[in-house]
Design a protein around this ligand. Structure first.
Ligand code: AMP
Length: 223
């Protein structure tokens, strides 16, 4: 499909709601930039940067990384290569201070958010989605041992890369991530409801139906 102009979207929802899967797919089909703070942090950890070393213990424990570190990391990207293109922010903001910092920096650049897509999924479903999730270490594709298995166990169907089980997708960390979400991120719904660009999708459906709901919403509200 052609790209609706000027999309600056935040994907908001609990871990395991499918934000990453949908963001990857929509970034490809709509030619938008995809900025995942989780992917950026994992890359810092893999490269052993100072930020990666500070973030790793929090990530492994299923806790949020400090706001000032995350805000600096995202603003850096928004200032540079993402400044002109349409984009999707996946996994950011996750706290009210992060949302306020984003509002402020977008306001000062004259490019406010156009869409906040909220992925609604019952909590009971999230646990099995997260513990079964496997991520391709080469292309980032997301699979699930139960809901979306690869043809060959442990090997990505798309690129042949090895699948990884994220340390924070292990059962002990998953419970903490869901609690952290409810405490820190859920309040963002009220924050964005006021701004009038909040769209709720039923993310308990199969990925193609979730995709259809988001595309329809992006087209409806495209500026
Ligand atoms: P994700 O891949 O989005 O589930 O992120 C993995 C982990 O990275 C999270 O559990 C947090 O530890 C950290 N993280 C990612 N994004 C943020 C954020 N916006 N604020 C704080 N921590 C984050």
């Amino acid at each position: 499909m052609t790209r609706p102009d000027g999309i600056r979207a935040v994907f908001l929802g609990p871990p395991g709601a499918g934000k990453g899967t949908q963001a990857l797919e929509l970034a490809r089909s709509l030619a938008l930039a995809h900025l995942s703070t989780g992917d950026m942090l994992r890359s810092h950890v893999a490269r052993g940067t100072a930020l990666g070393q500070r973030a790793k213990a929090f990530m492994d424990a299923g806790q949020l990384v400090a706001d000032d570190l995350i805000i600096a990391m995202v603003e850096d990207r928004l200032r540079t290569d993402l400044a002109d293109a349409g984009w999707i922010l996946d996994g950011f903001p996750r706290t009210v201070p992060q949302a306020k910092a984003l509002d402020q920096s977008l306001r000062s650049s004259g490019r406010p958010l156009t869409h906040v897509v909220y992925f609604a999924v019952p909590r009971t479903e999230l646990m099995s989605r997260l513990t079964g999730r496997r991520t391709c270490s080469k292309c980032g594709a997301i699979w699930n041992v139960t809901f979306k298995p690869t043809t060959v166990d442990g090997v990505c169907d798309l690129c042949g890369g090895a699948l990884a089980h994220r340390s924070d997708d292990r059962p002990e960390a998953v419970g903490r991530r869901l609690e952290e979400y409810e405490r820190s991120t859920q309040p963002l719904l009220a924050h964005y409801r006021v701004s009038g660009c909040l769209i709720e999708v039923d993310a308990s459906r199969v990925p193609s139906q979730v995709n259809d709901q988001i595309v329809a919403a992006l087209r409806r509200n495209a500026g």
